[in-house]
Design a protein. Structure first.
Length: 196
């Protein structure tokens, strides 16, 4: 497993329970923000070209074109910054006592979703990649289902890099006693190309 995914001392502030050990910190694949940023840049370039043609053909005003161009560029930079910040502060954390999803958007929202592993009775870890492109860049979803017969709880790690490897790691960690000892075995099932 990649060392950058493994736990480090920087994330210890998220751990609030006594005796808790950090096992894994992971975030969404970088590709999830790469495509929107590229598309946004291309749209901005097209709008700048269109603005140049309009302001040269109809208005013949360089100052108006420069002001419009600066406004478009500053708006694009603001949107790209927001996309990067939202991606950076969306983190999945696994400890020996819980699984935590942390999502923070400065000045707008703060979401923490966690599952206490000592209260889990049955667990199944499913890995799913959606299509050839996701398979090529090694990106997919990891669905962890608790109490499968009643479908009470499902925890999804979306668009994770090396999802099969992390799915196996999660299964091993959950089976190595991070849960209540009376819990039955954990099952791992990988999916490819489509939904379950």
């Amino acid at each position: 497993m990649d060392k950058s995914r493994m736990a480090s001392g920087n994330w210890q502030t998220f751990l609030t329970l006594k005796g808790e050990k950090l096992l894994l910190v992971v975030r969404e694949h970088l590709f999830t923000i790469t495509m929107p940023v590229v598309i946004l840049i291309l749209v901005t370039i097209m709008l700048l070209i269109g603005g140049y043609v309009i302001f040269q053909q109809f208005f013949s005003s360089w100052p108006l074109f420069i002001i419009t161009g600066l406004l478009l560029i500053s708006t694009t930079i603001s949107i790209i910054t927001k996309l990067i910040i939202d991606w950076y502060f969306h983190i999945y954390i696994l400890t020996n006592r819980k699984i935590l999803e942390f999502r923070y958007t400065p000045l707008t929202s703060y979401i923490v979703n966690d599952i206490m592993l000592d209260r889990v009775y049955c667990t199944e870890v499913d890995v799913q990649t959606n299509g050839l492109l996701h398979d090529l860049i090694d990106m997919g979803d990891i669905m962890i289902t608790f109490d499968r017969p009643t479908h009470q709880e499902e925890f999804v790690l979306r668009d994770i890099h090396a999802c099969s490897e992390i799915g196996v790691f999660l299964t091993q960690q959950l089976m190595d006693g991070t849960q209540n000892p009376q819990i039955h075995p954990i099952w791992f099932r990988g999916h490819s190309y489509g939904s379950r």
